[in-house]
Design a protein around this ligand. Sequence first.
Ligand code: KIV
Ligand code: ZN
Length: 391
Amino acid sequence: MTDKNRTDPVIVFDTTLRDGEQSPGCSMTVPQKLRMARTLADMGVDVIEAGFAAASQQDFDAVREVARAVKGATICSLARCNSGDIKAAADALEPAEKKRVHVFIATSPIHREHKLKMSKAEVLARAVEGVRLARSHVDEVEFSAEDAIRSEPEFLAEVMAAVVAAGATTFNVPDTVGYTTPDEMGRLIAYLRERLPEDSGVVLSAHCHDDLGMAVANSLAAVRAGARQVECTINGIGERAGNCALEEVVMALKTRSDYFGAETGIDTRKLYPASRQLAAIIGGFVPANKAIVGDNAFAHEAGIHQHGMLANRETYEIMRPEDVGISRSTLVLGKHSGRHALADRVSELGFTLSDPEMEQLFGRFKTLADRKRQVFDADIEALIAGEQRDQ
Ligand code: KIV
Ligand code: ZN
């Protein structure tokens, strides 16, 4: 990789409203999609895939509404490589300021033989026709080789060369079934990159699913190898185990920009509110231990950790909660907490206790913490009130 490319920004392509919405329990109405799209644009997402216009009237309406109302980001619709899908996508996108048609066809042997029942030559011809037709409607055309990871690399490179010649501006490499590993993904992107003409301007993109829990790692490996677009969803929602989580890939690139040498244009302070908004819309919940946006992502209970945090938060935090839109770290008071954390909370609650009072309170606190999973501020206030009564 050249030094120039190392500092290139990474395009964030969000597919919460298409691939994310496709997963069980994640359907959204048109107004809900519109609200979410506004949030995505406001946080600096570069491309919003608003739906699959030909899939249903509601999907068409959602793409059209987002295209009409959301400014700043490029609005995109998915389409198979056929004229009906491509026309529906182009029609729905018509009011957008910046628009992209995203065409796809599977390239792997298993999909060619069992799903498409097409030869390599037929797949290649269909891909080229799809890209040409899409280019007759819009300037930005993304081509995805579905199940790219399980495709023959030489065939993938042949398809890439043909669709680029036909006018594709982005070549997307989906790990449709979440099968690849970071090393493999990195090697495949490097292999394709070497075969792209230096001055083509075509962006290589990664679209990773999380079946083996490696979607974010695989997307980051793709960036290391030269991909300049990552496809992702808020909270990682998506088919089966989900897609690459936007908040994780963005924060990994930001926190380890020393390693990846590339960053996104996302306003990361908007990550947590976006995560909560999506969870509220689809009625789902975000696991407490979810990286970046989970309730425990910036919570500390162990006494040693709390002591370290009070001295210098960087002892146990690699990111600042404010940078992802969480107001502050929380020192959870429980049976693992120590004197420092309790004293800190007591003073935050406005009490001044002498050393012997504090010692007595700590004993009572530990007894209570053994019975309760978490000791809340009201419990501490009650303990202090009880102590003051007993004196
Ligand atoms: O996972 C996949 O292959 C897709 C493509 C349509 C990009 O979602
Ligand atoms: Zn997908």
